[in-house]
Design a protein around this ligand. Structure first.
Ligand SMILES: Cc1cc2nc3c(=O)[nH]c(=O)nc-3n(C[C@H](O)[C@H](O)[C@H](O)COP(=O)(O)OP(=O)(O)OC[C@H]3O[C@@H](n4cnc5c(N)ncnc54)[C@H](O)[C@@H]3O)c2cc1C
Length: 314
């Protein structure tokens, strides 16, 4: 009987691993906490940039190879992890790097301040299912903290929803090398450079955000690297909605804890190809292993992790 492998997470790394393993005759089951497969390809990157039918087609190819998908299943409990670990010959953690970096400033507890992924997921679910938007930028003043790809996805989404105004706070200087965004909005109209949020102001004691206080920062380079200096040149901007898009810290601990896996950052990082963990039959790949990266790296990691699992099982 062919050996059984469980993959936790159906993003590009998990799917790439599943394709190799299923093609090589292994019996593969994928667990996914969301209602659709694809990871960030499904619920992070907006539909206007990546058509979700293409992601579902990829999942169908895997199903045709015999891969089973178990959706709506968040594997975070120790007893569930123990059952999976004992029922399968190997387990691959491909759970991504979903732990968002937060901004710890006054007023962070106010409502209508969301992490980027909450917003992007909500909008995609709305487009695919017709479910009402929980976070709707229509007619609102939107401030996005962060200047990377995820922040740009939020800008494009807020514009598509009909926001009244969209401003993006980018902490680095304008002259830094960066690629143009993949949308057709004019960055210079939306993005403010060397600016960050220093305080959120309440809407008259109602508990929701109304304004963002910003500061102009300088990047000071010395022999110890780059330092950010605040200038206390505070300004204010209207904000009915704020999206925090300042990066990701790594995988959520819940799946790692459930499987009793400890990440060792000296071996699990972008410069290595170590897919094993402290648990003999449990492997890890993709953003969960190397930190938030790019689709091409996730796919490469999935393929290499699959080969590492095959070596272990042989
Ligand atoms: C908003 C955004 C836009 C991006 N745009 C681009 C881009 O344009 N181009 C590019 O190259 N890269 C982009 N990236 C990066 C790229 O999407 C990621 O590097 C890639 O998706 C990582 O793949 P992965 O399979 O490791 O993890 P993910 O895609 O994050 O997939 C992890 C999966 O695991 C599931 N999961 C997590 N925990 C559990 C659990 N306990 N139980 C069950 N399921 C679980 C998650 O729901 C998810 O489906 C973007 C990232 C973000 C956040």
């Amino acid at each position: 009987m062919s050996k059984r492998i469980a993959i936790i997470g159906t993003g590009p790394s998990g799917m790439a691993a599943a394709q190799v393993l299923a093609s090589d005759g292994y019996n593969v089951t994928m667990y996914e906490k969301h209602d659709r497969p694809g990871g960030i390809l499904m619920y992070g990157i907006p539909q206007m940039k990546l058509n979700k039918n293409n992601v579902l087609k990829k999942a169908q190819i895997l199903q045709d190879l015999g891969v089973e998908f178990i959706l709506n299943t968040n594997v975070t409990k120790e007893d569930v992890a123990n059952t999976i670990s004992s029922e399968y010959d190997a387990v691959l953690l491909a759970t991504g790097a979903e732990k968002a970096r937060d901004i710890s400033i006054d007023g962070r507890q106010l409502s209508n301040i969301f992490f980027a992924m909450e917003y992007l997921t909500d909008n995609t679910k709305h487009l695919l299912d017709g479910s009402p938007l929980k976070i709707d930028a229509k007619g609102k003043n939107v401030v996005i903290i962060g200047g990377g790809d995820t922040a740009n996805d939020c800008v494009a989404t807020a514009l598509s929803q009909g926001a009244k105004s969209v401003r993006q706070l980018e902490i680095s200087p304008k002259d830094q090398p960066r690629k143009k965004n993949s949308y057709d909005f004019d960055e210079d109209e939306i993005r403010l450079y060397q600016k960050t949020a220093v305080k959120f102001i309440d809407c008259d004691g109602e508990g929701c955000v109304a304004k963002v206080v910003t500061d102009q920062v300088d990047f000071v380079r010395d022999e110890n690297g780059t330092k950010i200096e605040f200038n206390n040149l505070n300004g204010e901007m209207e904000a009915d909605l704020v999206f925090v898009a300042i990066g990701f810290l790594g995988p959520l601990e819940e799946a790692l804890d459930a499987f009793d896996v400890e990440l060792d950052r000296s071996v699990h990082n972008k410069d290595t190809d170590v897919f094993t963990t402290n648990k003999e039959n449990i492997f890890i790949c993709g953003d969960a292993r190397r930190g938030q990266s790019l689709i091409k790296w996730a796919i490469g990691e999935g393929k290499m992790a699959a080969l590492a699992i095959e070596r272990y099982l042989q």
